[in-house]
Design a protein around this ligand. Sequence first.
Ligand SMILES: [Zn+2]
Length: 197
Amino acid sequence: MSKLYFRYAAMNAGKSTALLQAAYNYEERGMKVRLFTAAHDERAGAGVIASRLGLRRAAETFGPATAFDADWLGRGWACLLIDEAQFLGPEQVRQLHRLAHRTPLPVICYGLRSDFRGEAFPGAAALLTLADDIEEMKTICACGRKASMNLRVDDLGRRVQEGEQVVIGGNERYRAVCPSCFYSDDGDPGRAPGLFG
Ligand SMILES: [Zn+2]
């Protein structure tokens, strides 16, 4: 009846901004939306979706135990908007897909595709498999090419190549880069020294 959407991008491409804009567009027409973000994302405090442009608003959080079923969600919602959707579990993506097709509720997910090693987040892999409408949001590497990968850096701005898939610590730990820079030795677009400093 409806659709599951996946809007993916590298870090800092404006995903949260786009989500908040979509929420505004619905509400401007008098429709109610329900907003979710990942429970462990503490960048803006628990249960807040914050865009780098300064917009922010409260959101419910989902964790591994959240079950997106129609009874739990209740009625009267025009749209479900989910930020940090890479942290959904595959079963939750399945629930959202089922929800979108068995109720009139569109579900729009925003998230990263790959982690700092260039490997899929489980939620992103599931969304890329099941979502009915998939679109890449574009952002730019420091070298000028399209950024589609994410680097992780340490406190000194040096590239980190190994570690856990998720580090809570915010956007300053990551750089969106193009594949060419990602596969260079240090990920630094040396043609533009200082930009990653
Ligand atoms: Zn680049």
